[in-house]
Design a binder for this molecule. Structure first.
Ligand code: GLY
Length: 254
């Protein structure tokens, strides 16, 4: 397993915010926490390609939104927030170094990688403030020859689909049913986040291991009780930028 990660921009305080209020971000602490996140990926066996900070791109630490990396090809996105579109050209060379086929979503399509949840050959895409049907149609047509089926999923009250649901394994999801209709995921065993931890559904899956933020102890206990081995990391400063653990890496098989 490999990952693309990018260091925290010194301009992160100017990030986009959609569903949370702006609070001061301790940039030095954000750097430290991101470093610990990268170390955690490495300890879990991931080979990390560390890209330099982009001082002019406040949200660029959230690399997940810029590219969808499949085993067979890569798809560069067209982020829904205009301020984030230049992040795609910034990551393109690193993507081209790891995939020979690289496609790209074009206007009027917009899509953030945070809205794209892949489980095996199923690809769920949130119809969010950032991702639209035009992009979903383009993605479905790009992926069809490779046997992926793409499903658009309505959602509400959160930034990305992966704020509301992520996969713990090929047959289990962690979900906040207040933000996304659980009926879209009936083929999977569902673990619901703790009532008091609405933001806890976003976890990174690395093989059989799970990485989640340290600030959701009740959901952590639920995931552990279901038999998953979980590592935790403190990402409080990145959460203030409306980021989560999946946002900070693009995982792929080399
Ligand atoms: N700050 C993360 C985003 O809004 O894209």
């Amino acid at each position: 397993m490999h990952a693309l990660c990018r260091a925290v921009s010194p301009a992160i305080a100017d990030c986009e915010l959609s569903f949370i209020g702006r609070e001061p971000i301790n940039v030095a602490l954000a750097h430290l926490q991101h470093g610990e996140y990268v170390e955690c990926l490495k300890k879990l066996g991931v080979s990390v390609i560390e890209l330099p900070a982009e001082p002019g791109l406040p949200d660029s630490v959230f690399v997940e939104d810029t590219v969808l990396l499949f085993d067979e090809l890569a798809v560069l996105t067209r982020p829904g927030a205009e301020s984030r579109r230049a992040e795609v050209d910034a990551i393109a060379p690193a993507v081209q170094a790891v995939r020979t086929q690289v496609e790209r979503i074009s206007a009027p399509g917009t899509i953030d990688g945070g809205d794209v949840l892949r489980i095996g050959k199923r690809v769920f895409v949130g119809l969010s403030q950032r991702s639209n049907q035009a992009a979903i149609d383009q993605l479905a047509s790009i992926l069809k020859p490779f046997g992926y089926s793409v499903t658009a999923v309505p959602m509400q009250e959160c930034l990305h689909l992966k704020s509301a649901v992520t996969a713990l394994s090929d047959d289990t999801v962690l979900i906040n049913p207040d933000w996304v209709d659980a009926a879209y995921f009936t083929e999977y065993r569902q673990i619901r986040v703790a009532d008091s931890e609405a933001h806890a559904a976003n976890v990174v899956r690395i093989g059989a291991a799970i990485l989640m933020p340290s600030c959701f102890p009740e959901t952590l206990a639920l995931v552990q009780a279901a038999g998953f081995a979980v590592s935790t990391v403190d990402v409080s400063e990145l959460q203030k930028a409306e980021g989560a653990v999946t946002c900070c890496s693009v995982l792929f098989i080399g």
